[in-house]
Design a protein around this ligand. Structure first.
Ligand code: GLV
Ligand code: MN
Ligand code: MN
Ligand code: MN
Length: 393
């Protein structure tokens, strides 16, 4: 099914796919999903937060819900998100072919801005649904063009006054199951191609702005500079070293913007983002404090100052033991697997019983064009999802 989408949002510069939320590419995928769902006789609606719901059976509280996202990171792979959505559609086909009549309604959901690639906060749709982010703060988030989420939401048919916690929609989710491409090498080549997710690593994003003195690259003596790029380079090394000293920690600077960004200009400011993760939330907090302290010191040595702002944080999540146990019993060959990646299922887990299935990624690489899933594993994933849904209905 995903093969029909290979042309959507290809990124000729970065390689892979760039499908930020509400871009032409992501909107095309949302239209594709609506059409596929309608073709299957599902009732499609978009809620006040832009989450698409496709219903098999009447809208009712306590339904069985499955789904994922269609937005991507810049230059991402084909599977992170769309695999879970396409597998949900394929699972409905399998259940219908088996003549199953759901005892409770089943819905497929598509969550917007799972990656946070456009507005900076990952899982924005599920955070809004559950009230895990303040709606006013969300509406003020800006993309790299300076457009606010409120403006973008409005131009995509949402009413900003109604964006935010949606207890009625949340009550419709009795159990949530998200199928996702595995994002590491947790499933070996010779074993089973499917795993059951048991936890999501705690993770957060911090913006670090370094302020210096913008100046001329030719007229400013090396001894007279307050260059925030020089501080940034040392801070990146400090992030690496701080995380490397802490077992099980991961910390990354994947995005940095020098302002104004000219070859012959000493920058006046650098914005960089730190993504930090560890199973223990207190350790993550400590790691970020350590990075902040080191950043202040190296910035001062360069005549610069720094400002650190937390943009989002998600605690380590352990999926519902009872739901995960039931799913494990339905898929006896599938190992239990923890993930270092964030997911809407992780946000929802704080509110409703949630679980995940992972499909083998033979490259072990994700958030990159090299992410991969074989056709055989994708089919096995859809079948496993259908079996799980049948068992939970
Ligand atoms: C999203 O996939 C994340 O883990 O940041
Ligand atoms: Mn992702
Ligand atoms: Mn994802
Ligand atoms: Mn994710």
């Amino acid at each position: 099914m995903l093969r029909s989408l290979t042309h959507v949002g290809q990124d000729p510069v970065r390689g892979g796919y760039s499908r930020p939320v509400y871009s032409t590419a992501e909107l095309d995928l949302r239209s594709w999903f609506r059409e596929q769902a309608q073709r299957r006789g599902l009732d499609v609606e978009t809620d006040r937060n832009g989450i698409i719901w496709a219903w098999w059976g009447p809208q009712q509280d306590g339904a069985l819900v499955t789904g994922s996202h269609l937005d991507s990171v810049p230059g991402g792979g084909a599977y992170d998100g769309p695999l879970g959505v396409a597998s949900a559609l394929a699972a409905v086909d399998l259940l219908k072919a088996r003549g199953i009549k759901p005892a409770r309604s089943l819905a497929i959901t598509v969550f917007p801005e799972e990656e946070g690639s456009r507005f900076g906060v990952a899982c924005l749709g599920s955070r809004l649904l559950t009230g895990s982010i303040d709606a006013d703060r969300a509406l003020r988030l800006r993309d790299s063009d300076g457009d606010t989420f409120a403006d973008v939401a409005r131009s995509n048919g949402l009413d900003p006054r109604h964006v935010g916690p949606d207890p009625d929609a949340l009550a419709r989710i009795g159990d949530f199951v998200e199928l996702h491409v595995e994002q590491g090498i947790g499933l070996g080549a010779n074993g089973p191609g499917i795993a059951v997710g048991n936890s999501v690593l705690g993770h957060g994003r911090w913006k670090l702005s370094i302020y210096g003195q913008g100046n001329h690259a030719g007229t400013t003596l090396m001894s007279d500079r307050a260059d925030p790029m020089v501080a940034a380079a040392q801070i990146i090394m400090a992030v690496r070293h701080a995380a490397a000293r802490q077992p099980d920690a991961r910390a990354t600077v994947g995005r940095m913007i020098p302002v104004p960004g000219g070859t012959n200009v000493i920058a006046s400011r650098v914005d960089m983002w730190v993504d930090a993760r560890h199973p223990n939330d207190a350790v993550t907090a400590h790691l970020v404090e350590e990075i902040h302290g080191r950043a202040q010191r190296v910035a001062a040595e360069e005549g610069c100052t720094v400002k650190l702002t937390e943009e989002s944080y998600s605690n380590t999540v352990h999926f519902d033991a009872s739901l995960t146990g039931r799913i494990g019993a339905m898929l006896p060959d599938a190992p239990m697997l923890a993930t270092g990646a964030g997911h809407d299922a992780g946000v929802l887990a704080g509110f409703v019983p949630s679980a995940m299935l992972f499909v083998r990624n033979p490259s072990g690489i994700s958030h990159s064009p090299e992410e991969h899933v074989t056709d055989a594993d994708a089919d096995a994933g859809a079948t496993a999802l259908a079996n799980v849904l049948a068992g939970l209905l």
